[in-house]
Design a protein around this ligand. Structure first.
Ligand SMILES: Cc1cc2nc3c(=O)[nH]c(=O)nc-3n(C[C@H](O)[C@H](O)[C@H](O)COP(=O)(O)OP(=O)(O)OC[C@H]3O[C@@H](n4cnc5c(N)ncnc54)[C@H](O)[C@@H]3O)c2cc1C
Length: 390
């Protein structure tokens, strides 16, 4: 009942925020949007505003009496890389209603299928792509882009560059000369905490055998976060470089919905810890085995027989993400998601519309407005800005 009421209260908030996430709203609309939320929640407008400004730890303790619902909602909110005690983080718990409204999406064939589809579209439009071409410098003498220089020294003359990497790396390291002055200092001050995700892919010959599971139970997130406090203390520990114990963990078993992911009679189990330290005491090399063991045991304790179904295990630790994905600090959102680093303030107000003080240079990607994730909005907005300026 409490969960149902919480979701009913969350729907108008999700509907109000959605245009901003799609990049169809501006900061000027904000007061109007907030009053829409307050109007649609006539009974408790002030409490709603207070809730939105608060953390989801506080919100969930107030709204949901049982850890049976608090734990999974918190696990999902943490999936957005937002800490439980962060002011303004409550929005990500309200976001739970979005899963009821729009469902959860997975590209058939896995995440790579989305990239492949975009490549096909680009080719259809006459675009060309070069892979494995690492950009070493963006040349912009006199505050105007003139060229990019690849690793190995090849220079490509251009009037426009649109980056899709961490904005600090793009503007403070690759850009020559680097962004200076107030805007450079603002960007350098953007925060990136130590709490990120760590991942384990497990190949199995059956879905996790939860006792009493019904058909459809494998379609969404399977949370192993038993108590909200476990997540909050894990987050604080990870920020300080400690591996969480108990381990906040959840699973997705997308092969239950997508038969292209595994051979017949086999499955994929995606185990993610949303509160893993990027830099861990002793280094990931030393604690990776312990992390995997704890994660597999966590699933086994809920689904006896899981370990016997395992065909293979592959880990994806933050240090590997830092190397392979080139995510500073292993951070998939490039910069922390926080009230002062979101929407048109991501990051910074001057850079929030994807233009930079350098003529011809535009930024997009997870560290830019409106937020990180597989959104498409930052890239679309940056491309629109570039086309408008041309
Ligand atoms: C375990 C996990 C689960 C997640 N789940 C979800 C989810 O369910 N939903 C969701 O929306 N988000 C999810 N995310 C977050 C999401 O993956 C990221 O926010 C997203 O991939 C960021 O995309 P991007 O294109 O902005 O940047 P990136 O993915 O960082 O892409 C930038 C690319 O640029 C390349 N690059 C970097 N530097 C250079 C250079 N100098 N020259 C050339 N190329 C360079 C990098 O190699 C990289 O390929 C998850 C993240 C993790 C770690």
């Amino acid at each position: 009942m409490a969960y149902r009421q919480f979701m009913a209260a969350s729907v108008p908030i999700v509907r109000t925020v959605m245009p901003a996430i799609r990049g169809e709203a501006s900061l000027r609309d904000l007061p109007g949007r907030l009053s829409n939320v307050a109007r649609s929640l006539r009974r408790e407008p002030l409490a709603t505003v207070r809730d939105l400004r608060g953390s989801y730890d506080t919100l969930l303790r107030r709204r949901l009496p049982s850890d049976l619902t608090r734990g999974p909602v918190a696990a999902f909110a943490a999936h957005a890389a937002v800490g439980p005690t962060l002011a303004g983080g409550a929005l990500f718990a309200f976001w739970q209603a979005a899963y009821h409204l729009f469902g959860q999406w997975h590209p058939r064939g896995g995440a790579q299928a989305l990239t492949d589809a975009l490549l096909v579209r680009l080719a259809q439009l006459g675009g060309r792509i070069r892979c494995s071409a690492s950009v070493e410098r963006i040349e912009a003498p006199a505050d105007k882009v003139t060229a990019i220089v690849l690793q190995g020294g090849e220079a490509i003359a251009t009037r426009s560059v649109l980056t899709a990497i961490d904005p600090q790396t793009a503007l403070l390291r690759l850009l020559q000369p680097p962004l200076a002055g107030r805007h450079g200092a603002d960007l350098a001050a953007a925060r990136r905490g130590n709490v990120v995700q760590s991942l384990i892919h497990v190949a199995t010959d059956r879905l996790p055998p939860y006792p009493g599971a019904r058909e459809g139970d494998w379609n969404g997130l399977q949370s192993y976060v038993d108590r909200l406090e476990d997540l909050s203390s894990a987050w604080a520990g990870a920020e300080a470089g400690r591996l969480p114990d108990p381990l906040p963990l959840y699973a997705f078993t997308t092969s239950a919905l997508d038969d292209t992911l595994a051979p017949p009679g086999h499955h994929t189990v995606y185990l993610a810890c949303p509160a893993a330290p990027a830099k861990v005491d002793g280094g990931w090399g030393a604690c990776s085995d312990r992390f995997v063991e704890t994660a597999l045991e966590t699933v086994e304790s809920r689904a006896p027989g899981f370990r016997a179904s395992i065909q293979g295990v592959s880990t994806w630790a933050p240090e590997e993400m830092e190397d392979v994905e080139r995510w500073p600090g292993g951070h998939p959102m490039h910069l922390d998601i926080a009230l002062d680093q979101l929407g048109p303030l991501r990051r910074t107000r001057r850079l929030g519309r994807h233009r930079t003080p350098i003529e011809g240079l535009y930024i997009s990607g997870a560290g830019t407005a409106p937020a990180g994730g597989i959104l498409g909005t930052p890239g679309r907005q940056a491309a629109e800005a570039l086309l408008e300026d041309r």
